[in-house]
Design a protein around this ligand. Structure first.
Ligand SMILES: Nc1ncnc2c1ncn2[C@@H]1O[C@H](COP(=O)(O)OP(=O)(O)OP(=O)(O)O)[C@@H](O)[C@H]1O
Length: 309
């Protein structure tokens, strides 16, 4: 059923450069959360810190009752097995075919027989729609297929938590739509806790239960999707609308007077509090109770007449 991750007062610096400070949030078990933020605000650093690859200076990350920032390497190794990570480029080995790439964690971290490994690898390749591509090399397939192969590899150890680092980067809008549907379907099927770092606002509007935004070395907001999508916070409005006017500058922050002047000139008209309908698991995917409840709520909100799959 996925596990909860509780982050409290987390601060990460490199030398004198503070990346973010005093970050507190809870990723609820089994839910999908998205982390947004301008480039360079430390979203990837946040993912690496959660999985224990980077050590924070202050704060705690509690998973299954243990603060992983204080674990020794051996115990951390055990906790890492709870995680599956989809890196930006899929992080596949270029010289290995997809089958061997996806089998790699099983061969490295388990004592399973080759026939058992085969069963698991083909099951995960089927889940991400890659059956038939076992012999392909990463260089012979499209970026979208590489992402799906990376996702299949992230799934083979049956993770409780999956971290996605910009799963949509480099994909065309149609492939992004397919990938989003795959993410929602997977969440319904495996019930793990998902955290997705993305720049894609359309995905952030449709996919998650919760959204967070990092800016100016702080977590500006983290909460239910509806809360962020309808927030009046200037940085949130600027980010969601992808416009230049507001606190986020080209490379550096703007001064307060300039921001105030820019905001005064914006005429957004009547606030369109459009809550984009949530993406639901596709037909053929059995909806667990959590997704049934979401579908009912969506149907009430949007009058879509959505019923169970
Ligand atoms: N190992 C490291 N050592 C020193 N500085 C680092 C290290 N890793 C990241 N940084 C710095 O941390 C900051 C945040 O980087 P990060 O890649 O997490 O940003 P991001 O929000 O994911 O950006 P983008 O959206 O462009 O991918 C950057 O200034 C980067 O140079």
């Amino acid at each position: 059923m996925g596990v909860e991750i509780c982050v409290e007062g987390l601060t990460k610096s490199f030398g004198h450069q503070v990346i973010w400070q005093d970050v507190s949030l809870t990723l609820p078990a089994g839910e999908v959360s998205v982390m947004l933020g301008p480039s360079g605000t430390g979203k990837s650093v946040f993912l690496k810190t959660l999985v224990g690859l980077l050590k924070p200076e202050r704060g705690s990350i509690t998973i299954q009752g243990r603060d992983i920032t204080r674990l020794r390497e051996h115990d951390l190794y055990e906790v890492r097995k709870l995680f599956g990570v989809l890196f930006q480029d899929g992080a596949l080995f270029g010289s290995m075919n997809l089958y061997d790439n996806i089998a790699f964690p099983l061969r490295e971290h388990t004592r399973k027989s080759e026939s058992e490994i085969r069963r698991i690898v083909l099951e995960k390749m089927d889940m991400v729609g890659l059956i038939g591509a076992e012999e392909k090399l990463p260089g012979e397939i499209s970026g979208g297929m590489r992402k799906r192969a990376g996702l299949a590899r992230a799934l083979v150890l049956d993770p409780e938590i999956i971290l996605f680092d910009e799963p949509d980067s480099g994909l065309d809008p149609v492939r992004v739509a397919y990938l989003n549907q795959l993410i929602v379907d997977l969440n319904a099927q495996i019930d793990a806790t998902f955290l997705i770092v993305t720049h894609d606002i359309a995905s952030a509007r449709q996919v998650p239960d919760n959204i967070g935004l990092l800016f100016r070395r702080e977590l500006v907001l983290f909460g239910p999707r509806e809360e962020l999508l309808t927030s009046d916070e200037p940085v949130v409005r600027q980010f969601l609308n992808g416009r230049m006017q507001g606190p986020i500058g080209m490379a550096e922050e703007k001064d307060a007077a300039q921001v105030e002047q820019e905001l005064a000139q914006i005429d957004e008209g009547p606030r369109v509090r459009d809550l984009t309908p949530r993406l639901l698991p596709g037909p053929g995917i059995t909806r667990p109770p959590r997704w049934e409840a979401i579908a009912r709520r969506e149907a009430e909100l949007h009058g879509t007449g959505v019923s169970s799959a």
